[in-house]
Design a protein. Structure first.
Length: 434
């Protein structure tokens, strides 16, 4: 009875010791669940999830043993694109409101509100700097006043963050502040040279957050109005120099993020530059076989590369490199059980009736030949081949295939000259070339 009495006395204290993550998503009908993850330098570990009520509210309780640091809220799929960071210090609840249009607004949590306030204040000063140089940037008095404000703002927030988890973030975001007057050319040069001086790429808290990748991305893609490959390459080199000397596992996610972004932008030159000069060696050093294969496959199937050769048919033997007599070859990886493929292949057949000097090579990725052998009868003018094993077929990795149908347009020498996303892209390309 005595033990029960003590427990009843302590139970309210145990409840009070639990911190909560509270949120409101709007409009409520656009969201269903909130997933909470504990971020680490190597990824994120699932913690819990909560179903939103009719008003878009949720709450997730964390026990007294919950680790402090960076947590991520995932609110939609794909998760890597639909998430945001929050700081949990183990001493306070975290509450926020979120919408797709306005982003996240923290309503409770000293740490998170301070970080948001800091970013807003710095944005205001940075906009003032931009306006100053846009107007000519020759007034030394105005220059000194603006950068005095910038320095005071940074110093003030570092003081407010003293002893808090967010302190390392505010210091890492410390801007370049000239000591004397600089014109636009000098300021731009020095800003670029000093951009990463305050970033500790080895800090686990920073590595667990999106700050490093956000800062690197902002530097490479947002610092200069020039978007030519010479500028991009220079920016990539500066990033590589900034992280040089750190562990390969620290360098890898930074460079992979840049590689993925250039890949998304279909900038094959810069993506392969990162791979050949930095990332492929890192993938090998860290024994990241998946990344290594992705880099090799992407390079081998980039615009301008000769398509990897393979045997299309065994009896009689026919290789891709042996095809002759046409100006273009359209290589299609498809499947007879892929609904999208079954809709697009008839369109390709009709398109070919209007285009000459082009041969279709349709290579089926199949579990067996039953459906495939019937389906190919509809396309007697295509060159057909089958790869059993479907997604386990070696050509899936060789050509970096992630979906069917996947299109490659080759010239007479089997050089890749286009990688249309879909039939519409293929039709547009061939219509221009015919």
């Amino acid at each position: 009875m005595k033990k029960l009495f003590i427990f009843l006395l302590l139970f309210p204290l145990l409840l009070l010791s639990q911190q909560k993550i509270n949120g409101t998503f709007s409009p409520a009908e656009d969201f269903t669940y909130a997933f909470l993850y504990k971020a680490t330098p190597d990824g994120a570990n699932y913690v819990n999830r909560a179903k939103l009520d009719s008003l878009g509210n949720f709450s997730i309780a964390l026990d007294e043993n919950a680790k402090t640091g960076i947590y991520k809220i995932v609110y939609a799929i794909p998760p890597e694109e639909n998430n945001f960071d929050l700081v949990f210090n183990g001493k306070e609840d975290v509450s926020f409101a979120f919408s797709m249009s306005d982003g996240v607004n923290f309503t409770e949590s000293t740490e998170n509100k301070l970080w948001a306030s800091y970013l807003n204040s710095m944005d205001v000063v940075n906009q003032t700097i931009s306006n100053y140089f846009t107007r000519g940037g020759k007034n030394k008095k105005a220059f000194n006043s603006i950068f005095k404000t910038l320095k005071e703002t940074q110093t003030s927030y570092e003081g407010l963050a003293k002893g808090k988890l967010i302190e390392v973030f505010i210091k890492a975001n410390s801007p370049y502040i000239p000591e004397t007057f600089e014109d636009l050319a000098s300021y731009s040069k020095n800003l670029k040279a000093n951009f990463f001086n305050s970033v500790d790429f080895t800090d686990d808290l920073l590595r667990s957050s999106s700050l490093i990748t956000d800062r690197v991305s902002g530097f490479v893609f947002g610092l200069s109005a020039n978007t030519d490959n010479i500028t991009y390459q220079n920016h990539v080199d500066i990033v590589a120099e900034a992280i040089k000397g750190t562990d390969a596992k620290i360098q890898s996610p930074v460079l992979e993020m840049l590689w993925q972004e250039f890949k998304r932008r279909e900038n094959h030159g810069l993506a392969n530059y990162i791979s050949e000069n930095f990332l492929l060696d890192i993938a090998k050093a860290t024994e990241n076989k998946i990344l290594e294969q992705q880099l090799i496959s992407y390079k081998n199937t980039s615009i301008g590369a000769i398509a990897p050769d393979f045997t299309i048919q065994n009896e009689p033997s026919l290789k891709l490199s042996e095809l002759k007599g046409d100006k273009y070859y359209v290589l299609i990886f498809w499947s007879s059980v892929c609904e999208h493929c079954l809709k697009e292949l008839p369109k390709v057949k009709n398109l070919m009736s209007t285009i000459s000097n082009t041969k279709i090579v349709a290579y089926g990725l199949e579990k067996d030949a039953v459906n495939w052998s019937e389906e190919i009868k509809k396309y007697p003018d295509f060159v057909h081949g089958i790869g059993l094993g479907k997604w386990e077929n070696p050509l899936v990795q060789t050509f970096a295939i992630t979906a069917t149908p996947t299109y490659f347009v080759l010239d007479a020498n089997k050089k890749i000259i286009a990688k249309p996303y879909d039939f519409e892209g293929l039709e547009k390309f061939l219509s221009i070339e015919k």
